[in-house]
Design a protein around this ligand. Structure first.
Ligand SMILES: Cc1cc2nc3c(=O)[nH]c(=O)nc-3n(C[C@H](O)[C@H](O)[C@H](O)COP(=O)(O)OP(=O)(O)OC[C@H]3O[C@@H](n4cnc5c(N)ncnc54)[C@H](O)[C@@H]3O)c2cc1C
Length: 228
């Protein structure tokens, strides 16, 4: 087994290293001190193919392997751990879609982050459920062509900027039946809380999200009921 990097991996690593030296290190302390979300850096990362790292080329992503993905994030984090955290929020939201969503949902929602420059957040953590995922209390109740979501999520990276959320919820009335949904930010009842003040990773945006009687179309369910 060979552990050396391929020529292509070394080339991408150099690209990410140079990007970090030129575009992140000079502004890292400013964004950290001002607790500001670095939209311009995000745009440049996207232009250079250093964003949406989990997304394959067929959906508009860079289609890099896992080793290359980690090399890029390592370089970005060398410049600013907060920026790296925000970059990876799109990856985090992409994985459940890639693993379990229908082809139609993959095209619709992955294209939005790759071609349209949108942001996505992964919303699992709740005030009463972090490491203990089974303790989450956000509920989803099927009513006709929709699921009605109710619950509070906290510490959600990029929540203030996300155009959609990949949300893990529990079927109302069932003990341990978890299902993931793609929830558009502009649906009635999606309420974004105030930005958290943090001791570190301050360039990344972290906020709570409340779902109040949010009607999510059944077609936005990822996989089958209970697959979450
Ligand atoms: C900057 C930031 C960004 C985040 N972004 C997101 C996001 O985008 N989406 C999202 O869903 N969540 C996000 N989170 C939440 C994060 O995933 C949770 O904080 C994490 O899962 C831990 O949960 P908790 O905070 O409830 O801590 P707890 O689960 O209460 O854990 C507290 C401590 O207890 C330990 N512990 C817990 N259970 C056990 C056990 N059984 N045995 C031994 N030790 C245990 C833990 O290791 C930890 O040290 C973010 C958090 C931060 C700080």
């Amino acid at each position: 087994m060979f552990f050396e990097l391929s020529e292509e991996q070394m080339e991408i690593n150099r690209l990410a290293r140079d990007f970090t030296n030129e575009e992140i290190l000079p502004v890292a302390s400013k964004y950290d001190e001002e607790e500001e979300f670095p939209v311009d850096v995000m745009d440049k990362l996207r232009e250079c193919g250093l964003f949406n790292l989990a997304v394959p080329e067929i959906y508009g992503g860079p289609g890099v392997d896992k080793m290359t993905h980690s090399l890029i994030v390592e370089q970005i984090a060398r410049g600013c751990a907060g920026i790296a955290t925000s970059v990876e929020a799109n990856s985090l939201a992409s994985y459940p879609i890639l693993v379990g969503a229908s082809e139609e949902l993959k095209k619709k929602y992955l294209h939005r982050i790759t071609y349209e420059g949108q942001y996505a957040s992964f919303a699992l953590t709740e005030p009463g459920a972090g490491s203990d995922v089974a303790g989450l209390s956000t509920t989803a109740e099927r009513k006709g062509d929709h699921y009605i979501l109710n619950g509070d999520k906290c510490f959600i990276t990029n929540a203030s900027y996300a155009n959609y959320f990949v949300v893990l919820a529990k079927e109302k009335g069932a003990e341990n039946k978890f299902t993931a949904f793609i929830v558009d930010r502009d649906l009635d009842g999606v309420l974004i809380g105030k930005k958290e003040k943090k001791m570190g990773l301050r360039a990344s945006n972290t906020a709570s999200v409340t779902f109040e009687e949010v009607a999510v179309p059944v077609c936005n369910r990822i996989g089958n009921e209970g697959d979450g």
